[in-house]
Design a protein around this ligand. Structure first.
Ligand SMILES: [Ca+2]
Ligand SMILES: [Ca+2]
Length: 220
């Protein structure tokens, strides 16, 4: 989807340039210029709406995703997590999901990181994902930019539900990265899971420069 759109943009642009520069064609030059602008505007709107989806179904991450960069790694899992009483029964989407294994040797306050960096210097505009937080010792799940401690776009703590929950957040910061941070709670009954993540890109050439800060979060 992404590369096909990029290819369309390049081909459309090249075609319009070819028509506009054909010899002895002033009428076509005007038409081509108008068409070129319309085509480029349409394709730009398409490109701005592109989403990066990750459901963790493959054993290797999609480009841009990584875990354990500066903290403990999230684990990929199929079915229930190993400890009874915490974690989901199944993935939200497909078979696999990611979770924070909270049993020993993990201790209260331990941090797990799972990050996505938008390719080609683009920036993430909005993120939608499903999360699961069940257990009397559950700590905190938050979405940050991985750099500024004040840039927490979303966070939730404690025992939420035995069902998967959906969250959507529109980011206020201007960075290319988002990080899912899981903080281990008071005991081992505290696995935190995520699945089915959609990150919407914002073109690097068409974005509002805004300082890092809090974002608007929408719960669904
Ligand atoms: Ca999945
Ligand atoms: Ca466990």
């Amino acid at each position: 989807m992404r590369w096909s759109c990029v290819l369309l943009l390049v081909l459309a642009s090249c075609e319009c340039e070819r028509i506009a520069h054909a010899p002895d064609a002033p009428f076509f030059t005007s038409v081509a210029s108008h068409t070129q602008g319309a085509v480029l505007r349409s394709l730009q709107s398409v490109l701005e709406a592109i989403h990066y989806y990750e459901g963790f179904e493959d054993s290797t991450f999609s480009p841009g995703w990584s875990t354990g960069n500066s903290a403990f790694s999230w684990s990929r899992r199929e079915g229930p997590t190993p400890t009874f009483g915490t974690g989901p029964v199944n993935a939200k989407e497909g078979l696999y999901y990611m979770y924070t294994e909270s049993s020993a040797p993990r201790a209260e306050g331990d941090l797990f990181d799972l990050s996505f960096t938008c390719p080609l210097s683009d920036r993430v505009h909005q993120v939608t994902w499903w999360y699961h937080m069940r257990g009397d010792g559950v700590g905190t799940l938050r979405l940050t930019n991985g750099q500024d401690v004040d840039a927490i776009a979303w966070n939730r703590s404690g025992d939420v539900s035995s069902e998967w929950q959906e969250a959507t957040v529109e980011l206020a910061w201007s960075g290319p990265q988002v990080v899912f941070e899981g903080v281990r709670g008071s005991n081992w009954n505290s696995d935190i899971s995520i699945d089915d993540v959609a990150a919407t890109r914002r073109c690097s050439s068409n974005q509002d420069e805004q300082p890092a800060g809090h974002s608007a979060a929408h719960f669904r």
